[in-house]
Design a protein around this ligand. Structure first.
Ligand SMILES: *[C@@H]1O[C@H](CO)[C@@H](O)[C@H](O)[C@H]1NC(C)=O
Ligand SMILES: *[C@@H]1O[C@H](CO)[C@@H](O)[C@H](O)[C@H]1NC(C)=O
Length: 249
């Protein structure tokens, strides 16, 4: 049996090597909000592996290379043109997935930390005012109904999202004596069992190949065993006997 296991082990090693190349870089936002208002500051941080000779970072905004080369990309005063997707890459890491940042104009903005939510995810909501002006009597509304009220402005956290949390959200409150509302934001809670992102195809193919190898191994094992049982005299060369038997069929 070990004769059959050896090639399997070799193939396994070869395949896991393919997946093991360079790590993907990751873009993170500080603060964590994916939607901001004009004049907000936000830092995009690139986490990746640097080489000793090259500690520069490549940044892409809406898929075009920008001149910034530091691992931290600081936007001091956001404007609408800063909206879009950001990707980064370092010497020893591959291009990151895109991170989308939207810059809005207005008095109030309902901020979130993600574009897509799944069941059991925490949902952080923030009723953010332009230039952080004080807001009072803040209501977070879901599908037109008040869901949470704060006399003084505060973040609203839904610790574990369920499908009931899907819907259209906005917040409103008083800035001075002015009653202001944020634009609405549609939140959809996806299923955990059917992820909304693409499955990693190379992993699926890898698993299928392993399954196939295992099946082939099993068939071979039983063929050899049957060969051994049918003729004890050929014990010295079971492989030979087996291939001969196959040819005979
Ligand atoms: C703001 O206006 C809405 C109706 O447009 C009202 O229901 C709400 O109570 C007002 N909010 C405050 C804090 O006065
Ligand atoms: C809201 O903030 C004010 C001062 O900014 C404070 O005096 C008041 O107690 C706070 N109210 C609540 C309900 O936390």
């Amino acid at each position: 049996m070990w004769q059959l296991l050896l090639p399997t082990a070799l193939v396994l090693t070869a395949f896991s090597g393919i997946g093991a190349g360079l790590e993907k870089a990751v873009v993170t936002l500080y603060p964590q909000w994916v939607r901001v208002l004009e004049k907000d500051s936000v830092t995009l941080r690139c986490q990746g592996t640097f080489s000793p000779g090259d500690n520069s970072t490549k940044w892409f905004h809406n898929e075009s290379l920008i001149s910034h080369q530091d691992a931290n990309y600081f936007i001091q005063s956001a404007s609408v043109k800063d909206s879009g997707t950001y990707r980064c890459q370092t010497a020893l890491s591959t291009l990151s997935d895109p991170v989308r940042l939207d810059v809005h104009m207005g008095w109030l903005l309902l901020q979130t930390t993600k574009w897509q939510f799944q069941e059991e995810d925490p949902i952080h909501l923030r009723c953010h005012s332009w230039e952080n002006k004080p807001v009072h009597k803040v209501t977070y509304l879901q599908n037109g109904k008040g869901r949470k009220y704060f006399h003084n402005n505060s973040e609203f956290l839904i610790p574990k999202a369920t499908h009931k949390d899907s819907g259209s959200y906005f917040c409103r409150g008083l800035i001075g004596y002015n009653n202001k509302s944020s634009p609405s934001l549609h939140i959809i809670i996806g299923d955990r069992t059917s992820p909304s992102t693409f499955p990693p195809w190379h992993q699926i193919i890898f698993c299928l190949l392993i399954g196939l190898l295992f099946a082939v191994d099993t068939v071979l094992y039983f063929s050899v065993q049957r060969g051994l049982q049918s003729s004890v005299a050929d014990y010295e060369e079971p492989d030979l006997h087996w291939s001969k038997e196959l040819q005979d069929k």
